[in-house]
Design a protein around this ligand. Structure first.
Ligand code: NDP
Length: 293
């Protein structure tokens, strides 16, 4: 009835979007609408598959229709830059946008909430991270967003390890000197051995996505103190990488927490409201269960 009253008497609900290609299988709409509903926020969220040749027209269309904000997913995270009025520091530094917010003056600002979502999970798991050394595998979009936030958070040291070393070097060059964090790259030849007390490692390659057995070529030393292994892959939630880490006595952090957090930060950007993250996690689990039915 509230929705009908809004339709007949106004104000109309805020509209939000997710654009990407492909987007079937992306659970964000379900997660966000569940959160909106619990918040009593009258927002409507639409998942739209956009052809690459239509990106420009789509972006002007979303503006003309006064969408309040939305998400951008592959392959458009870099390509939306020309259609935005401003960028957050995170989006500028990692050169990717996954969240857009309409400002009160009608301008559109791009942010990157992937790295921020990860950082929130990491801080919740460890508390103070200032003295930590992080070994980050991968140098694609997710890794670059995470690296950016780790450097902005001024961790002690960040080591970037990627199959194509040039990509790791490009990320390191971009982040060099931004804060006091030591940023360097290491070659990934054969098995990478993780063997220091207090280490944090992040699996940010796409290996293991939709594949329970697949794992990057790493070895976790046992008997270490205070080590944490994190995976960005969220489906399956308990990846082969995390299982291998646990077997060696490491603590672990899954990618679903990061996915929930990046979504909750987006909702905060759009509405100023704090969504229920437990409910959001449950919605994602429900959505992924549909895929396996
Ligand atoms: P990209 O395609 O941008 O990057 C993929 C990365 O994986 C590259 O560094 C690539 O190395 C590396 N890689 C791929 N195959 C292998 C392999 N066989 N061995 C070693 N390295 C490999 O992907 P994204 O960064 O966008 O996504 C990465 C993962 O992060 C995906 O699983 C995605 O679902 C997940 N993700 C999770 C989020 C969350 O909230 N939990 C948010 C965003 C993404 P190379 O450069 O050599 O090709």
């Amino acid at each position: 009835m509230d929705a009908l009253a809004a339709l007949m008497k106004g104000p109309l609900p805020d509209l939000y979007f997710c654009i990407g290609n492909p987007v079937v299988g992306n659970p964000t709409q379900y997660m966000v609408e569940e959160a909106f509903s619990a918040l009593n926020h009258p927002g409507r969220y639409l998942t739209c598959e956009v052809q690459p040749t239509e990106l420009e027209a789509s972006m002007w269309g979303l503006r003309a229709l006064q969408f309040a904000g939305g998400n951008v997913t592959a392959p458009f995270k870099q390509q939306v830059f020309p259609f935005l009025d401003d960028l957050s520091e995170s989006a500028r530094l990692c050169q990717a946008v996954n969240c857009i917010t309409r400002q009160p003056d009608g301008t559109y600002v791009g942010d990157n909430t992937d790295g921020k979502g990860f950082l929130q999970s990491l801080k919740e798991a460890l508390g103070d991270i200032a003295q930590r050394k992080v070994i980050l595998f991968g140098s694609g979009g997710a890794a670059s967003a995470i690296a950016t936030e780790l450097v902005l958070a001024e961790i002690r040291e960040l080591v970037l390890v990627n199959r194509s070393e040039d990509k790791a070097q490009a990320v390191a060059k971009r982040l060099q000197g931004i804060s006091k964090t030591i940023v360097r790259t290491e070659k990934w030849e054969g098995t990478y051995r993780l063997q220091e007390d207090g280490l944090v490692t992040v699996q940010a390659t796409s290996v293991g996505l939709f594949n329970k057995q697949a794992c990057i070529n790493v070895e976790f030393e046992g008997g270490l103190k205070d080590c944490l292994a994190c995976d960005v892959v969220f489906n399956p939630v308990d990846t082969a990488f995390l299982q291998k880490a646990r077997e060696a006595g490491w603590k672990t952090l899954d990618g679903l927490g990061m996915l929930v957090n990046q979504g909750s930060i987006a909702i905060r950007n759009w509405t100023g409201l704090e969504p229920d993250r437990t409910l959001m996690r449950r919605s994602l689990e429900e959505a992924f269960a549909v895929l396996t039915k």
